[in-house]
Design a protein around this ligand. Structure first.
Ligand code: SF4
Length: 443
């Protein structure tokens, strides 16, 4: 078999796409290698959400140059959002590139490779058909299934937030037929998965487009939670405008739906939210969260935040800090704004100085560390249910896993009695940033 070396940047959607491409490539005669020097094909799955990720990609391809010089038959491929968005610039900056494949057409990777072998010039395979149904055909798996599995349910996004490239790189929303999703979940469970994480850019817009028969996202959740063997259920990521009261009720009613919600807010100031085209106010967001907190006591909340958006004043930034305090997030993914090609926010002047952006970023990270520590205290001395993911050498622990609130738990325990996929009680002895440390309780 030929060998493929893969690197992945960016979000969980990209990780899932890379897994899918690995499977498709296996069926096209490529086995994965961890050593770039051994590869016949090098494939980098890229992200263009932040400028920093883009720089890393260019430097990575610089490091592949000697390999291409030593082996001209080596195929260099680039996938993901950057590939979709910046084809001409990529071909200019990476002259050795043989193939560019967009995130919406990864199912065609075998065809694109055939074309690379048949022609001497680089292959650009990015054209997607917005009318084509979203489907992920079943293929025989090549990996042992871990206890937690991602399942794509929707792709693309219709929200058009002014800072975001996703609607331009992954297209508009398209949902996958529920029967196909249920079938994939059944297979994953049969292969050992205990936890299913439904995945999409905006999962709670599920069912609005592309289904033969409309189905709301909360109905899909009830359907998946009902499948035998689904012990834990999560989803990511969501937009506040599509977050319905029915969904709050699903958190209350569904045993497998875990006690954690990731709901991006991006800013705590209404003027900035409007410029971001988020289509909701801070008050709307807070009302949703308060209703969820009163319906689902103890629910853990995490979010995404952008600091230094064009025109953001110091006091508007402080509104974000205040909102974080008010909600009490257990975790946040925080970024300093960077302008991205083709996004509507390019029309705004990127006028927050870099030093000020760094300062705001650090203040936000510091606050989140404090909030995480405070949040973690509620688990101290308590027993939490942990889905064992596997071994860990961190912090002197032997195992790792997650509790229902999506905290990483590092713990000690008897080797013979702990296996990945088990759900075990762990007593928490220490809070370490956004992780807990403890010991398994003998059952
Ligand atoms: S909701 Fe906004 S930030 Fe999220 S993927 Fe859609 S356009 Fe991008």
């Amino acid at each position: 078999m030929k060998q493929v070396y893969m690197e992945t940047f960016g979000c969980q959607m990209n990780v899932a796409d890379s897994d899918r491409m690995e499977l498709l490539l296996f069926h096209s005669g490529y086995a994965r290698t961890q050593v770039a020097e051994d590869a016949d094909l090098i494939l980098v799955n890229t992200c263009s959400i932040r400028e920093k990720a883009e720089h890393k990609v260019f430097s990575l391809f610089g490091s592949f140059r000697p390999l291409k010089e030593a082996n001209p038959d080596l195929i260099l491929g680039l996938a993901g959002c950057l590939a979709q968005q910046e084809q001409d610039r990529l071909l200019r900056r990476i002259p050795d590139l043989d193939m560019i494949i967009g995130p919406d057409v990864i199912e065609d990777i075998g065809l694109a490779l055939d074309q690379v072998l048949a022609q001497k010039t680089p292959v650009v395979w990015t054209k997607f058909d917005q009318h084509k149904q979203y489907s992920i055909p079943e293929l025989q798996s090549i990996k042992n299934q871990g206890p937690s599995a991602f399942v794509n349910i929707i792709k693309g996004c219709d929200k058009l937030c002014s800072f975001c490239v996703v609607p331009f790189t992954r297209g508009r929303e398209k949902s996958r037929e529920p029967e196909e999703i249920y079938q994939e979940v059944r297979q994953l469970v049969a292969a050992g998965a205990k936890e299913i994480i439904l995945l999409g850019q905006n999962v709670n817009a599920y069912g609005k487009h592309g289904l033969k028969n409309p189905l709301a996202f909360h109905d899909l959740l009830y359907g998946v939670a009902d499948l035998p063997g689904v012990e834990r259920l999560r989803f990511t990521t969501s937009h506040p405008m599509d977050f319905t009261r029915d969904l709050i009720r699903a958190f209350r009613d569904l045993g497998p739906l875990m006690n954690h919600l990731h709901l991006p807010v991006q800013s705590g100031n209404n003027r900035i939210l409007e410029m971001m085209r988020r289509h909701h106010t801070v008050e709307y967001y807070v009302d949703l969260i308060e209703e969820l907190k009163s319906t689902v006591p103890g629910v853990a909340l995490s979010t995404d935040i952008i600091v230094g958006f064009p025109g953001e004043t110091r006091s508007e930034f402080e509104d974000t800090l205040n909102l974080m305090e008010r909600i009490g997030y257990s975790n946040s993914y925080i970024f300093a704004y960077s302008p991205r090609p083709n996004t509507p926010a390019l029309e705004f002047e990127d006028n927050v100085p870099d030093a000020e952006k760094s300062d705001r970023l650090q203040a936000t990270i510091d606050l989140q560390h404090r909030l995480s520590r405070q949040n973690g205290q509620r688990f101290m001395g308590k027993t939490v249910e942990v889905l064992v993911e596997g071994r860990s050498a961190r912090q002197g622990a032997r195992f790792k896993g997650r509790n229902p609130e999506y905290w990483m738990v590092l713990f000690s325990g008897e080797e013979e009695s702990l296996k990945p996929g088990q759900i075990v009680p762990v007593q928490v002895d220490e809070v370490l940033g956004h992780a807990l440390k403890g010991h398994a309780i003998a059952q």
